[in-house]
Design a protein around this ligand. Sequence first.
Ligand SMILES: Cc1cc2nc3c(=O)[nH]c(=O)nc-3n(C[C@H](O)[C@H](O)[C@H](O)COP(=O)(O)OP(=O)(O)OC[C@H]3O[C@@H](n4cnc5c(N)ncnc54)[C@H](O)[C@@H]3O)c2cc1C
Length: 431
Amino acid sequence: MSNRKAFPNYKLKSGWNALLPAREASPALGKNISVDVLIIGAGWTGISAAKRWRSLSPEAGIALIDASEIGEGNPGRNSGFLLEIALAEDANPDQIEKMNLGNRLTASTMAEILAEIDASGHKVDITKAGTYRAAASEVGLKSLQNYRAFLDTAGLEHESLNATALKSRIGSDFYQEGLYSPDCYLAQPAAAIRALASLLPESVQLFENTPALKLEQQLGGWLVQTPNGGVTARKLVLANNAFSKELGIGSSRLVAMHTYAALTPVLKKSVLDHLGSDESWGLLPTHRLGSTLRRTIDGRLMVRSMHSYEKEADQAMIIGELRHRLEKRFPQLPDFNFEHCWGGAVGFTLNGGQVWGEFKPGLYVSAGCNGGGTVKGTLLGKLLAEAAHGMKVPNVPKLFGQASWMPPEPFRKVGYKLATYVESHQGRHEL
Ligand SMILES: Cc1cc2nc3c(=O)[nH]c(=O)nc-3n(C[C@H](O)[C@H](O)[C@H](O)COP(=O)(O)OP(=O)(O)OC[C@H]3O[C@@H](n4cnc5c(N)ncnc54)[C@H](O)[C@@H]3O)c2cc1C
């Protein structure tokens, strides 16, 4: 198959999906078809775009293709933090209006996600557990201060915790200080994306295991090649995150950054008794290269950490390092082996901005999740469909930023390596 880089093809299976019952995938595309609109990528962004497009154009022929299977692919590989607020790096009070609008849009999108999950009838572990952010060193404490300033400026509820209070909640004395914010849901992400996909209208043709390999602009539309059939479409939506660059869009602004997660087996009650009073919690790092932690509702610990540039790293190395990072935080854990370990690609942009909008006539893109695109992707997919219908939508580049230019290879990779080296050293106590 040509152009293998055009889509993710993970060696490591998703741990979240492995915990769910088997699911029968929709058939792959096996012939040439012609539609009004083709959406590439059945993730948070693509599913949302497809639903909104259908509601705005009830008669349009819509197809949605994905290189992977719903639940197994990238949208179900994340840590399951569904933030109800749009985090702003810059807590400048002059930006309060922008911050409030971002937060309102994000909160209403989260409410829609919950309503849909509920309507799907699927059993999805999802609770409003809130999220901790915690710092283990000076570098982390500085970033925690910025986060507190943002929450204060935006008038959002939060609670400060010293090391002792944090330890009593989560059972780790790794951190010096933390902040708790209630505005976050914790979900089983593979179950959540399966539930959202199950409500795709039947009139949207879904083809799984169908990677787009190449795009070609034609008179009055686009031709997309897949392994066993071509799709001719008047309009095209790229909702395939980092991989849109491999189809020729956003290549000067996007990188596929891989990051990794692992789940322990269900821990015994005697072990859980020494892991703090909270039965289900999530903790996000204060340093960009730090580690995310979760205690799941069924009594497992999850750790997410480490990054690799444009390809999956070696499994043995990942497992060893994730284990080390979890044990540093919970030395009381008895000897264990992870039950699952996997990675996924994040659409990374240099300034955290989005690649969003109409890039060529009839070609729309929403990419660049930067590691936080579950709720945001759902919102941006919907807004993209609305913008494509000529509706007035909020100014996305102003609200969520516009991805900045990155130098071409090999300078990009060298720059990444250098920046990672420096940042890992500066934030070494947070890793
Ligand atoms: C380990 C990990 C932990 C994370 N934790 C969180 C978290 O807790 N909270 C959060 O908000 N975000 C988190 N993220 C990021 C989150 O997963 C993304 O922001 C989110 O999935 C973006 O949704 P999306 O639909 O825009 O893109 P994706 O989820 O990347 O979906 C894109 C889809 O396009 C498909 N695709 C790609 N190329 C092609 C092609 N050529 N042809 C056809 N299909 C294609 C893929 O198979 C995929 O299904 C995490 C990511 C990882 C890897």
